[in-house]
Design a protein around this ligand. Structure first.
Ligand code: C2O
Ligand code: CU
Length: 544
């Protein structure tokens, strides 16, 4: 009989983090939830139970393409019906070949991913191209004192009320409240042995925080992976990591002699939030165990390291794939450019609009992918409408449809807020086939200028890159930064593309792309078990 390979149970309960009790959504009763290790090219069935009483849930395998099983992408009302209380869904998760790397999973419903989150590592049968002795996972997340419900209600209310800034940045679930930064709540410890080389896997699992990160006394590390793809090595003294991004770096641990010279066996990790009205500095501890050192995890942290400033365009045009990628589509292959303007507007309530489109207001009645399966949604007709409406958007279905083998350029254009002229940083995330990140800059996107800049570089395939606010203040609807992606449409399915800041998602900052049409959606196993088509069912939930 059918046995899932992994079981995740989602509950909502009181849980203590940063020495504060909060009603949180947990995976297997913890945050972060259990670490999953999957194999390249191997199907793992992951059963997710919704053990909550009054909320739906879905689980998304962030950074995995889901191209072999688009019904398992975990996007509510896009790829599937949300899982109601008391039900489960069986996800067919198959990491692609050459996608060994660092990922995470999280709920895709409301604000739940602030805590319903866990590390997902994809392993390969091949040895990694870089040598290291051991690895450590460093998963970053935010802690908000307000509950998910309070935050969602505030964001969607006619009397808009902001969630507030993050109350703590956590490392592997541990940290201190901003109001108690020098308090006694224990910090996370990353333990290493002298003289060894470590692969540190950083996971940007924050709800809101964009983070600059450095390690006291260890001012050099080497980036070897970004978003599940190995890169050519790039040296840096700090990382800048946004919600949804992942990096691996190699860190050479100090030798015994160096430790003696440093007169310490414990060093602070410093994490500083970027681009927000208030700056929060948080800490964790890198430790070389020894019986007689003071425990820095319980004492006040030192003054911050000087890495707290945002670097616009950090690593843009600089990170390159480990192996040259023969599939990168050149500008002459681009069939369509879709420009999505991103701005805030306050009308009845505060929303984030993308090309005038607010996801929350137009939430579909049944999931797009289900409607495509049943033939209720005809993507060819949607495509025709999108072609005549201008800019590739189908107003009727609220989709950006694309045909197989098109090469799209998707341009996120940051604009000043209608009411205040404010501009913010947005880490944009793409589901489905990863995109080539072809850069970003200030002002308005200029394809010719960017082509010049791209000459001789090899753009990296990524799934989350930052649309920067090159200026924080401007006048309404003034172009204030852009981010450009190029993607070849090879994988049919319904793929969300959205800002990864949870507040912004809740406020509507999400778009849906539909690639191919019904006949292009071929999956290894046919998910159209009757359960998948109805609320409360599962792709394989009825298999016993
Ligand atoms: Cu990690 Cu659609 O998100
Ligand atoms: Cu955003």
């Amino acid at each position: 009989s059918f046995q899932p390979d992994h079981i995740l149970r989602v509950t909502a309960q009181n849980y203590s983090q940063a020495c504060m009790e909060r009603y949180s959504v947990l995976v297997n009763e913890s945050s972060p939830g259990p670490e999953l290790r999957l194999q390249e090219d191997k199907v793992s069935w992951i059963r997710v139970y919704n053990d909550m009483e009054d909320s739906n849930v879905t689980m998304h395998w962030h950074g995995l393409s889901a191209v072999t099983a688009p019904f398992s992408d975990g996007t509510p009302m896009a790829s599937q019906w949300p899982i109601p209380p008391g039900h489960f869904f069986d996800y067919e998760v198959r990491p692609e070949v050459d996608h060994a790397g660092t990922y995470f999973y999280h709920s895709h419903v409301g604000f739940q991913a602030v805590s319903a989150i866990g590390a997902l590592i994809v392993e390969s049968a091949q040895p990694p191209p870089y040598k290291y002795d051991e690895e450590r996972i460093i998963a970053l997340s935010d802690f908000f004192a307000k509950t998910d419900q309070e935050i969602e209600d505030g964001l969607l209310s006619a009397n808009f009320s902001w969630s507030g800034e993050t109350d703590a940045v956590l490392v592997n679930g541990q940290g201190r409240l901003s109001t108690n930064a020098t308090g006694s709540c224990k910090l996370a410890t990353i333990s290493v042995k002298p003289g060894k080389t470590y692969r540190l896997r950083f996971i940007g699992g924050t709800a809101l925080s964009f983070i600059s990160l450095a390690i006291e006394g260890h001012d050099l590390f080497e980036i070897i992976e970004a978003d599940g793809h190995y890169t050519k090595p790039v040296n840096t003294s700090y990382l800048q990591i946004a919600s949804g991004q992942r990096y691996s770096v190699l860190l050479k641990a100090k030798t015994e002699a160096e430790l003696e010279k440093a007169r310490s066996r414990q060093f602070y990790f410093q994490l500083t939030t970027l681009g927000r009205p208030t700056v929060l500095t948080a800490f964790a501890v890198l430790e070389y165990p020894s019986p007689n050192t003071t425990d820095l995890t319980t004492v006040p942290a030192p003054p911050p390291l000087p890495v707290a400033k945002i670097t616009y365009g950090w690593m843009d045009y600089a990170l390159e794939p480990y192996k040259p990628d023969p599939n990168f589509p050149t500008s002459t292959e681009v069939t369509r450019r879709i420009i999505i303007d991103v701005h805030q507007n306050v009308s009845a309530h505060l929303v984030w609009l993308q090309s005038g489109y607010d996801w929350m207001e137009t939430f579909p009645k049944s999931p797009y992918l289900v409607d495509i399966y049943t033939g209720k949604l005809d993507l060819d007709a949607s495509y025709q409408r999108a072609m005549t409406s201008g800019n590739g958007f189908d107003n009727q279905t609220r989709l950006y449809p694309a045909k197989m083998n098109e090469v799209l350029e998707i341009i996120w254009q940051n604009q000043g807020a209608v009411n205040t002229g404010g501009v913010e940083n947005h880490p944009f995330h793409g589901h489905g086939r990863h995109f080539y990140d072809i850069g970003g800059g200030d002002g308005l996107y200029n394809a010719t200028e960017n082509e010049k800049r791209l000459k001789g570089t090899h753009p990296l395939v990524r799934d989350t890159t930052v649309l920067y606010a090159y200026r924080s203040q401007t006048t309404a609807l003034t172009p204030s930064g852009w981010r450009a992606w190029r993607v070849r449409v090879t994988d049919a399915g319904v793929w969300m593309m959205h800002c990864h800041i949870l507040q912004h998602m809740v406020m509507g900052m999400q778009t849906v792309f539909a690639f191919g049409n019904r006949s292009d959606i071929t999956v290894q196993s046919d998910p159209v078990d009757e359960g998948y088509l109805t609320f409360g069912g599962s792709a394989y939930g009825n298999v016993s």
